[in-house]
Design a protein around this ligand. Structure first.
Ligand code: B4P
Length: 191
């Protein structure tokens, strides 16, 4: 199995690059943000709970997201590998992911961290908000999400650096240029 984490601040291009990676490598895409938004749209109990956090730019509690992922990995243990997009977002989530994968004799093979300056992130998300109507793409919530990223999510970079799997990639440029840089890292690993 090839298990890749696409990591980065909100708006760094995780979702955008993940879609291209799925097409290129045939991996199973797991976007916790997408799953949670679908739950919200369907009005499930999980969706209502998640909405209370997401609309404020906060993270949904670890125990909820980890349980969600555990079921998903178990159900898809036959796939070629996973692209984890937006998961893990905290160190406990990172530890849980390794535990869950180890049950299948696997671990995270590569973490691609997309590096983008805050002003560019804010700009992208404000633009997306105008088209997508996403409730968390407004200035106040974007700023809260960035703070949450630096406080709760960015410590994962050291977590993965210590494990020797972190690769930092400049997330600025055209979508295709960034994709080529990611592809190089993956191809180095699998060839
Ligand atoms: P996510 O759905 O993961 O969303 P994101 O971080 O905002 O977006 P992403 O980085 O994927 O940006 P994109 O490619 O779309 O999370 C949303 C919320 O869900 C979180 O805040 C949290 O509340 C909750 N959540 C999710 N996972 C969780 C977890 N594990 N634990 C707890 N809570 C969780 O790109 C953004 C924009 O930039 C797009 O419009 C795109 O077109 C544009 N863009 C991309 N690449 C570009 C480039 N190279 N140049 C110019 N623009 C570009």
């Amino acid at each position: 199995m090839l298990n890749i984490v696409i990591f980065g601040a909100p708006g760094s291009g995780k979702g955008t690059q993940s879609e291209k990676l799925v097409q290129r490598y045939g991996l199973h895409h797991v976007s916790t943000g997408e799953i949670l938004r679908e739950e919200i749209a369907s009005g499930t109990d999980l969706g209502n709970l998640a909405d209370a956090y997401m609309s404020k730019g906060e993270l949904v509690p670890d125990c909820i997201v980890i349980e969600m992922l555990d079921g998903l990995i178990r159900k898809n243990s036959h796939v070629k590998g996973f692209i984890f997009d937006g998961f893990p977002r905290t160190v406990p989530q990172g530890e849980a992911l390794s535990r869950m994968l180890s049950k299948h004799g696997e671990d995270v093979n590569l973490v691609i961290s997309l590096e983008v300056a805050d002003e560019e992130l804010i700009d992208r998300l404000l633009k997306r908000g105008q088209i997508s109507g996403r409730s968390d793409d407004n200035r106040e919530t974007i700023e809260a999400r960035l703070q949450v990223y630096y406080r709760q999510t960015s410590p994962l970079k050291d977590f993965y650096r210590e494990r020797g799997v972190l690769r930092e990639i400049m997330g600025v440029g055209t979508i295709d240029e960034i994709f080529i840089a990611i592809e190089k890292e993956i191809d180095r690993l699998i060839t």
